[in-house]
Design a protein around this ligand. Structure first.
Ligand code: SIN
Ligand code: MN
Length: 282
């Protein structure tokens, strides 16, 4: 599809600023999703450090940094619509900070406790400000029972919550606790419950190919997959070039070292389709 243009991002940008999330009116075509899913599943079968397993099992939980070694994932991060949207939301040129696919396998995929992504990026990598954005693409249909992402609207404006005390300067935690179900930086469950009672929660359900965008500081979680349906979710984090951490130490598949601005390039295999306009649907 032709470039959609910055003007069309204005409504999304104001929703994003207010709520901490927004949903573009497009989804990736079934053919594009099939291609991305095929790559994700092939990579998940490889023996490489970027492939992370569920605790104590051989089940693949996630694959990381695939844009650096897989041609289809590399094409996706350059998608003009995604790059232009990210640039508008962070206010300048962006590079890919993180790329991952959380596979959340049927029956086995474990939860992500309540957390804020910026806690990890600030505390572990030294990212100065939350001038980054997560763009999620569903590679499977997502419904209430296969562990959808859940976010608390407006919570991105609260700053970092419940950071652990007493870490010595420069002390690092084991990066495995940044990608497992036992996360190093969590938001207290009672606090999250109280926030959700106050502000409600947004459940990111929808058909495969759906795109959802959320802020690095929004409080979010997802539950165990208690269904027979896998819930593979691809997540790209774009960071403002001006906001790159100075000397991150975590592995490059969690924190890209290449901070050059992404140049958008269209790829006909990764096409978007407009969603039906809710205002005109019967
Ligand atoms: C999930 O895949 O459900 C969690 C993703 C995230 O916390 O970024
Ligand atoms: Mn997260």
């Amino acid at each position: 599809m032709a470039s959609i243009g910055a003007a069309s991002h204005v409504g999304l940008a104001s929703a994003y600023e207010k709520e901490g999330w927004c949903e573009p009116p497009y989804r990736f075509s079934d053919a594009a999703v099939a291609l991305l899913r095929e790559r994700a599943l092939a990579i998940s079968g490889e023996r490489r450090p970027e492939v992370v397993h569920e605790k104590g099992s051989g089940i693949v939980r996630a694959i990381h940094g695939c844009h650096a070694f897989d041609e289809v994932c590399a094409a996706l991060v350059r998608h003009p619509y995604l790059v232009e949207l990210a640039e508008q939301l962070v206010g300048g040129p962006v590079y890919v900070y993180q790329f991952k696919v959380n596979l959340k396998q049927a029956h086995e995929g474990a939860a992500w406790p309540w957390h804020q992504d910026f806690a990890f990026w600030h505390e572990e990598d030294g990212m100065p400000r939350p001038d980054a954005v997560n763009i999620a693409v569903s590679l499977d249909d997502v419904h209430e029972d296969n562990g959808p992402l859940m976010a608390i609207p407006g919570s991105h404006r609260l700053g970092l919550l419940d950071l652990p005390e007493g870490r010595a300067d420069g002390e690092e935690s084991d990066w495995h606790s940044h990608v497992s179900a036992d996360l190093a930086y969590t938001v207290n469950a009672d606090r999250a419950r109280a926030l959700a009672e106050q502000s409600g929660h947004k459940l990111f359900t929808g058909p495969q190919g759906s795109i959802q965008v959320f802020h690095p500081s929004i409080v979010h979680s997802s539950s165990n997959n208690v269904s027979a349906d896998r819930r593979a979710l691809l997540l790209i984090t774009y960071n403002a070039v001006a906001n790159a951490p100075k000397c991150p130490s975590r592995p490059a598949f969690l924190v890209s070292r290449d901070t050059t601005a992404v140049e958008p390039r269209a790829d006909a295999r990764l096409d978007l389709q407009a969603l039906p306009d809710p205002a005109v649907s019967l």
